[in-house]
Design a binder for this molecule. Structure first.
Ligand SMILES: [Zn+2]
Ligand SMILES: [Zn+2]
Length: 468
């Protein structure tokens, strides 16, 4: 499965490009995992043959230069400020350009903006747009599987840098980038990539500091190498930290998580749980106060007329994800609570029998249920006498306001003392009093609801017509 779509004869100016995934089998994931061979694991004996030397050198020489510079090149404020600014410029080239524009098509960018983003992204020295987006699309399509090039299940450091330093054990899953192969700016950047990384990775940051305030060495060491070191690990955090730290407010099927620390480290890519659920949304953070400068940048470009068609997932669908996760948490809480005995598990007792039995132990009827209050006689806030005078009696009216309008908590507690149901004791008009307040609203799975359309008896004979 070629990662680069083949160009055929150009007819309309641009070549016809066949999507990479047009002919894959329906069971592609299982098929690929079974049939595409996996290289043997890396061991101490074969580690040197399995290092990806170009990535290894880029990722080690850059920080080495920066560390050397810290001890040998005077640190100047102007160069520091420029380094930070250039960190944001090249970082946004990745987040707003490579990631949200090209990998996810979350908005449209005008040509001038595309060129700026392509050049800024090249300055981050993370591979060409086409290579980067192809890997990232596979990451989204096969998240947490062996077809995901930065599979988070292989550990924090593997997803951070290991996948680049060591030769992959298997090819990433197929992902179509035929749209990018048609894009003239993406093609231009791919063609001139080496020139662009040298120019915008090192030459430009050095020259600005050199011509600007005479700090050539500082420009090279801090705005070039040091800044690059930061921008690299900032992006890498999206594959490692964002799949490891934080909450899953939208879905917990896979590893992506939301966390403000990741957002701060990645120019706003830290709301990664949201992002994996709604990857074509131009936002990562959906709340105004959350840190997502990439979103602000794209929105700003729209205001300037340089970007358009910013995609936003329907709020209604976003809420469904949030609600599902909240219900899941509530269900866990609900399952951890002890509830009143189920009515069906309780004996049905006649009034006569109830009265006979209440001679031997303190039984009181409230709302059709028989309660044994023996453990509660001395705990009753209103005093023992109010209970004892109702033994063998129906205290429904007294309980619900006749003597004292008990709190919901009192009603919940009372329900725990249920020992039986009074035969014919459920009087009309009392329906909701039979059910303790804590059990009136409950979290239930679809197949636990008797009226569910998914209950098998609800299916028709299958002859209905669809609505037009
Ligand atoms: Zn991810
Ligand atoms: Zn993404």
């Amino acid at each position: 499965m070629s990662s680069i779509a083949k160009d055929s004869q150009p007819k309309s100016g641009l070549p016809d490009i066949v999507p990479d995934d047009i002919n894959i089998p329906d069971n592609y994931v299982a098929w690929a995992l079974k049939n595409q061979k996996e290289l043997p694991p890396i061991t101490l004996d074969n580690v040197l043959q399995n290092i990806n030397w170009i990535s290894f050198l880029v990722l080690t020489i850059t920080p080495s230069i920066a560390i050397w510079g810290l001890f040998n090149v005077k640190f100047r404020i102007a160069t520091f400020v420029w380094s930070v600014i250039y960190y944001f410029i090249t970082g946004l080239g990745i987040t707003a350009g490579y990631h949200r524009l090209w990998a996810h098509r979350s908005y449209n960018a005008s040509k001038p903006l595309q060129y700026v983003l392509a050049v800024a992204g090249a300055g981050a020295v993370e591979g060409s747009i086409r290579w980067w987006s192809r890997g990232h699309r596979a990451h989204h399509r096969y998240t947490d599987t062996d077809l995901d090039p930065y599979n988070a299940h292989k550990g924090f450091w593997y997803s951070h840098v290991g996948w680049m330093i060591f030769k992959a054990r298997r090819k990433p899953g197929v992902a179509d980038v035929s749209d990018l192969s048609k894009n003239e700016i993406v093609r231009w950047q791919h063609k001139w990539y080496i020139h662009l990384i040298l120019t915008f990775g090192f030459l430009l940051p050095t020259t600005v500091a050199g011509l600007g305030w005479g700090d050539w060495w500082g420009g090279f060491v801090y705005a070039g190498a040091g800044r690059l070191w930061f921008v690299h690990h900032s992006t890498f955090c999206v594959n490692s930290l964002a799949h490891w730290l934080g909450e899953a407010p939208f879905d917990d099927k896979h590893t992506p998580r939301d966390h403000v620390i990741t957002a701060l480290a990645t120019i706003g890519e830290g709301y990664h749980n949201f992002h994996h659920q709604f990857p074509m949304d131009y936002r990562n953070a959906i709340k105004w106060y959350q840190y997502d400068p990439t979103k602000w940048f794209i929105w700003g470009m729209q205001q300037l007329g340089l970007a358009s068609h910013l995609k936003v997932f329907p709020d209604n669908e976003v809420k469904k994800g949030q609600l599902t996760m909240q219900l899941k948490k509530l269900r866990e809480l609900q399952d951890g609570v002890e509830w009143a005995p189920e009515v069906v598990s309780l004996p049905i007792v006649s009034w006569e029998s109830f009265q006979e039995q209440s001679v031997k132990r303190p039984l009181i009827v409230v709302a059709g249920h028989i309660h044994d209050v023996s453990t509660f006689l001395d705990e009753h806030p209103g005093g023992r006498h109010l209970l004892t005078k109702n033994i063998g009696k129906d205290a429904t009216t007294a309980f619900f306001g006749g003597v004292y309008d008990h709190s919901n908590a009192a009603h919940n507690l009372l329900s725990m003392m249920r020992v039986g149901v009074l035969h014919g004791g459920h009087q009309h008009g009392l329906q909701d009093k039979h059910i303790p307040p804590s059990q009136r609203l409950r979290v239930a799975r679809y197949n636990e609801l008797s009226g569910s359309p998914y209950a098998s008896s609800a299916w028709s004979d299958g002859e209905s017509l669809l609505n037009y």
